[in-house]
Design a protein around this ligand. Structure first.
Ligand code: ISL
Ligand code: CA
Length: 556
């Protein structure tokens, strides 16, 4: 197995807007991240992934970029960024930036030019088309509700936006677009950043002619996805990007890729393809979704295990997996996959044990390390996210009741991940001295960093220990996986092996006490407990009773 720093690393994702505010405007900022670097150092992470910090009118919190070479005013200046990068590097922490190049803001200078006239040199930077009998050019729908096309009276044409109206899609078939993007990437890499997380990078190549989705097939609730998801030239473009940019630097890359199966993923991440290092797939995130993310259904542990094992096997020895249980687009993992009430601490630690002992690079989302939960939103006015607000308005038009919609949003809105980081038990959780841009989760008096740092048994120190174990035992990074009791609906158990190192991981994903029979051959050496989320004083026995959400890792 090829050893790589980005396989051994633990990544910490920061949503800067909600991390820490240093000037009292209610918005987190780059100085805020600098202030908290020692906290992250204490946790032991190796890499920070920053959600977008470029100039942006913030229709989608920075995912609508108006200048790739500038820092968002609210976040600070380029010199703050340079300071952040050097302060992080001084502590041995790398910085990975978000790369949002499927679309720009409609306020980007390329788009401002592009919309001016049909013969503007920038016209072909985007997708412009005539309507069909007063209707959009095709029937594709946007990720954020409604048509994927917006009419512009100035030239009497429509432009394509797979996301918000203010996020026009770039035309990657235009070589000038690609060259501009590569130039910009090199500019940031030459500054010394350590990699990119590439936003919806598998949507950049659209099928020529942008045809109607005849069957109106709704992939994840979207009409048209089959004409742009993993499109015809995406691999050609990524190989070109790799050759011209990525291969020249010692960096890590992770593509965010909805609509990928392991078979499709191989084409992006197999070592000999020279495209990306790893992907964020959505199969686990879809586990409790019906037709779309708003259609909530219960999930089963056997499905969870099947998905993880399938991805492990598919990429084994040929590529690499990334591991995440939540991020800025998803509900909080402890509320979704654990129990955020009586077993919050136990289940947060259990999920962490899985995240850090499966094969792949773990990504921790800010606040996860203290067990932050979903937030109770009382009314629609408390939400900020454009996806949430557009969907709500759409559903209201269709006559749905507020009560029903709020109930769904209280499980699914992206804003659960975006409430401010809870630093202490003072006003606004110590996030800001001003008025926070979004509601603070009312549970901050109970759940906060200060409290976590004062308690040796906290979730925080459990994460710290998991990260230390990863550094100490290469088997955690590189070990092969063997599944145990695959059909069990409550227990997730597996072994890892690498050379003569071997681990046994046992996780009780239920609220019940569960019997676990330890396979006989594991008694030969005396197993050593490496970590667990309950006090365990006995040595491993043939029959173990696992308590609710109990997690144990043994060296065997
Ligand atoms: O958030 C989602 C589900 O709630 C996804 O559909 C998400 O929109 C999709 O995965 C793309 O996400 C990325 O690009 C978006 C941005 O809003 C997200 O924050 C980002 O992670 C557009 O740039
Ligand atoms: Ca601020």
């Amino acid at each position: 197995m090829q050893r790589k720093w980005w396989k051994e690393a633990v990544v910490y994702q920061i949503y800067p807007r909600s991390f820490y505010d240093t000037n009292g405007d209610g918005i987190g900022d780059l100085q805020g991240i600098i202030t908290k670097l020692d906290y992250l150092k204490e946790l032991g992470i190796d890499v920070i992934w920053l959600n977008p910090i470029y100039q942006s009118p913030n229709a989608d919190n920075g995912y609508d970029i108006s200048d790739y070479y500038g820092i968002m005013d609210e976040f600070g200046t380029m010199s703050d960024f340079d300071e952040l990068l050097s302060q992080a590097h001084k502590r041995g922490i790398k910085i990975v930036m978000d790369l949002v190049v499927n679309h720009t803001s409609d306020e980007h200078k390329w788009f401002l030019e592009s919309r001016k006239s049909k013969d503007n040199p920038y016209r072909e930077f985007y997708f412009w088309k005539k309507g069909k009998n007063g209707r959009p050019p095709n029937n594709w729908t946007s990720f954020f509700s409604g048509s994927a096309w917006e009419y512009d009276p100035l030239t009497n044409e429509y432009y394509l936006h797979l996301f918000a109206v203010k996020q026009p899609d770039l035309n990657w078939d235009n070589p000038m677009v690609r060259q501009e993007i590569y130039k910009m990437m090199k500019w940031w890499l030459d500054k010394g950043i350590d990699g990119f997380r590439m936003d919806v990078i598998n949507l950049i190549s659209k099928v020529e002619g942008l045809p109607d989705d005849i069957q109106g097939e709704r992939q994840g609730g979207l009409v048209g996805a089959k004409y742009y998801a993993n499109g015809p030239k995406v691999h050609q473009y990524l190989q070109e990007m790799n050759k011209e940019v990525l291969s020249k630097y010692d960096i890590m890359t992770v593509g965010e890729t909805p609509f990928v199966t392991p078979e499709i993923a191989k084409l992006y991440v197999e070592y000999d393809r020279n495209e990306l290092n790893m992907l964020f797939h959505f199969e686990l995130m879809d586990i409790d979704c019906g037709n779309s993310k708003w259609d909530i259904k219960p999930w089963k542990l056997t499905d969870f295990k099947k998905i993880m094992y399938k991805w492990y096997l598919a990429l084994k020895d040929k590529g690499w997996n990334s591991l995440y249980l939540n991020n800025h687009d998803q509900p909080r993992m402890v509320s979704r996959f654990g129990n955020d009430k009586e077993y919050r601490v136990e289940s947060a630690k259990l999920l962490a044990t899985f995240l850090h002992t499966w094969q792949g690079t773990p990504y921790i989302y800010q606040g996860e390390e203290i067990g932050m939960t979903n937030c109770k939103f009382e009314s629609i006015d408390e939400f900020r996210d454009i996806e949430t607000l557009n969907w709500y308005n759409d559903m209201k038009k269709q006559g749905k009741s507020d009560e029903k919609l709020l109930d769904i949003l209280n499980k699914r809105s992206r804003d659960h991940a975006r409430t401010p980081m809870q630093w202490d038990d003072t006003k606004n959780a110590g996030f800001t001295t001003g008025i926070p841009w979004i509601k603070v989760n009312p549970n901050y008096k109970e759940i906060n960093v200060k409290k976590a740092l004062e308690d040796k048994n906290s979730i925080f120190y459990y994460y710290k220990k998991l990260i230390e174990l990863r550094k100490k035992y290469p088997v955690i990074v590189y070990g092969d996986i063997t599944m145990l009791y695959e059909d069990d609906e409550k227990i997730f158990a597996y072994t890892r092996s690498y050379g003569n190192q071997r681990l046994l991981v046992v996780l009780n994903f239920s609220e019940d006490n569960v019997n676990f029979a330890v396979p006989k051959e594991m008694f030969t050496n005396s197993p050593q407990l490496l970590i667990s989320n309950y006090p365990v004083n006995d040595n491993i026995q043939e029959k173990v009773i696992l308590r609710p959400y109990e997690a144990r890792v043994y060296k065997i």
